[in-house]
Design a protein around this ligand. Structure first.
Ligand SMILES: [Zn+2]
Length: 276
């Protein structure tokens, strides 16, 4: 349904509004860097590029083009490509929809959704949808159809998302951190990371084209600071931060919990570190 609406050009992107005689600014409201076509929003603007990067599915060699038709044709072909996991293929319509909603969220509601969550959510939606399609229909018996998610229900392949793109995750972390430090007016900063490749990518960006959507944004932010030094540390040196990070996923903590004093193990871990 959504694919059809995108194709029919009925979505209220500013180019379309223009075509209908409404006087609106044609520039993309998210990046102010291009004409806001449907193709731009779904494939070329920064949230789209980031989302497609997170999915880790193969992209056109030359990147997406300005042609909505070509891009959708590529995506539709991808949906029958056995080289891509079935879960991810099935999630593609939800991903497109998610990118669209994300854009509307920023534009009309001033909210900025998490792009990792967007992909996870799309995978979940697709899985629920597929279960519904698979479930036998009892409607002919006249009883209400009860759809039970049985033991075959499995969580979406989060592991895949987590492990597949360590560098992208680190760069996303850098971006978030730089934004935060900038907001706090901290001008001279030293950034330590145990992800050598991510630091390399920042220093030698042209050789890391796969991550350019992050790298571009990082390099746009860097001149805002007086001095930024990137350093690589050993995994060990970052022990406490790592344990906090691991506890977030292990214990299913969706929100910051450190402000409330943190869990019991944390204090003893900090004391232990002091003694070394
Ligand atoms: Zn844009």
């Amino acid at each position: 349904m959504f694919l059809w609406r995108a194709l029919s050009g009925a979505l209220a992107v500013s180019v379309c509004l223009q075509a209908h005689g409404m006087n609106t600014d044609l520039t993309c409201s998210l990046c102010q860097d291009a004409i806001e076509s449907i193709s731009h929003v779904l494939f070329q603007c920064w949230p789209a590029r980031e989302v497609w990067e997170i999915t880790n599915i193969p992209m056109p060699n030359q990147g997406f083009t300005d042609s909505l038709h070509d891009n959708l044709a590529f995506i539709l072909k991808l949906m029958s490509n056995d080289g891509v996991s079935l879960n991810m293929r099935m999630a593609i319509p939800w991903i497109l929809w998610g990118i669209w909603k994300h854009r509307n969220g920023i534009k009309y509601a001033g909210t900025q959704g998490d792009l990792n969550a967007l992909v996870t959510h799309a995978l979940e939606e697709a899985e629920v949808w597929n279960k519904l399609m698979e479930a036998p229909s009892h409607s002919s018996s006249g009883r209400a159809t009860v759809i039970r998610l049985d033991s075959r229900w499995s969580k979406p392949p989060l592991e895949m998302l987590k492990s597949s793109n360590r560098i992208a995750a680190e760069l996303r972390g850098f971006l978030w951190m730089l934004h935060s430090l900038y907001d706090l007016h901290l001008n001279n900063i030293e950034v330590w990371s145990d992800c050598n490749a991510a630091v390399e990518a920042i220093i030698d960006s042209p050789n890391w084209p796969r991550y350019h959507s992050y790298l571009d944004r990082i390099h746009r932010l860097l001149p805002q600071f007086g001095k930024v030094i990137f350093k690589v540390s050993s995994t060990k040196a970052n022990g406490i931060a790592r344990e906090i990070a691991l506890s977030v996923t292990r214990d299913g903590r969706g929100q910051s919990y450190l402000a409330r004093g943190g869990p019991v193990w944390l204090q003893s871990r900090i004391d232990e570190e002091k003694r070394r």
